[in-house]
Design a binder for this molecule. Structure first.
Ligand code: 13P
Length: 257
């Protein structure tokens, strides 16, 4: 059975004190009403809060992830954070290739592939994001776009570490817009991604791959999305900034899957 994963991407939100309050609240609510043991919760705060979130979340079995890392190994790259730095702080996960990084920071398929390799070299689980924009969806090119992104990301992965990859399908038109993909749209794309992965790495590998949905996922639509056979969880933006909403989403996984 594949891992069910709920990851919160806090993006560039919260001051230090607010972040402390939020993680305290999440930990408190989880201690009162724990999630099923097969659901892995990951919080991805801004870089400066990683250590604090790691320490405060230790008790409640929350994993911590970064939102980005450098495509370079080490050296004179002012402002960058390397995979080795993260792993030396016991940060086990990292979002890579988020559409906001593609859009505002010029990340290309090549840069994203290099970042995934850096993460794997340091035994960090990459949460690789893919997804089409509105024009691409409306012109019927969404499968083609996602295929290109996924194939570029998976090209040349070290075979012994490839199993670590987690994929998040995040249609850009759904991110922060309140316009969530329908369960059918999500299922269709997740099944497509799983097929692509099976083609490259084999059926068994693809069956074990967790594919998360992201984009306006909230407590009222999460259960329907998570019920879909190929939707293994969510990557949550806005709703991960409110403890109660995030915890409700964490309790939205079906029992019988
Ligand atoms: P929203 O949940 O705010 O739409 O953001 C999704 C996202 O980008 C998570 O990485």
């Amino acid at each position: 059975m594949r891992d069910k994963i709920l990851a919160g991407n806090w993006k560039m939100n919260k001051t230090f004190g607010e972040a402390e309050e939020l993680i305290d609240e999440i930990a408190d609510q989880l201690s009162k009403k724990p999630v099923n043991s097969d659901v892995q919760i990951i919080i991805c705060p801004p870089f400066p809060y990683l250590e604090m979130i790691r320490d405060l979340s230790e008790e409640c079995d929350i994993q911590v992830g970064a939102q980005n890392l450098s495509q370079f190994e080490a050296g004179a790259y002012t402002g960058e954070v390397s995979a080795a730095m993260l792993s030396s702080m016991q940060i086990g996960y990292c979002i890579i290739g988020h559409s906001e990084r593609r859009q505002y920071f010029g990340e290309t398929d090549e840069i994203i592939a290099a970042k995934i390799k850096q993460a794997l070299n340091e035994d960090i689980f990459p949460i690789f994001c893919c997804g089409e924009n509105l024009t691409e969806r409306e012109s019927g090119r969404h499968f083609e776009v996602v295929q290109k992104q996924v194939e570029a990301a998976l090209s040349d992965l070290p075979a012994d570490k490839a199993y670590m990859i987690i994929i998040a399908y995040e249609p850009v038109w759904a991110i922060g817009t309140g316009k969530v993909a329908s369960p059918e749209q999500a299922q269709e794309m997740h099944a497509f991604i799983r097929k692509l992965v099976a083609y490259k790495f084999g059926e068994e590998f693809a069956e074990n791959l967790s594919i998360l949905y992201g984009g306006s996922c909230n407590p009222s639509n999460a259960a329907e999305l998570f019920k879909q056979p190929d939707v293994d969880g969510g990557l949550i933006g806005g709703a991960s900034l409110k403890a109660a909403d995030f915890i409700k989403i964490a309790h939205s996984f079906p029992e019988d899957k």
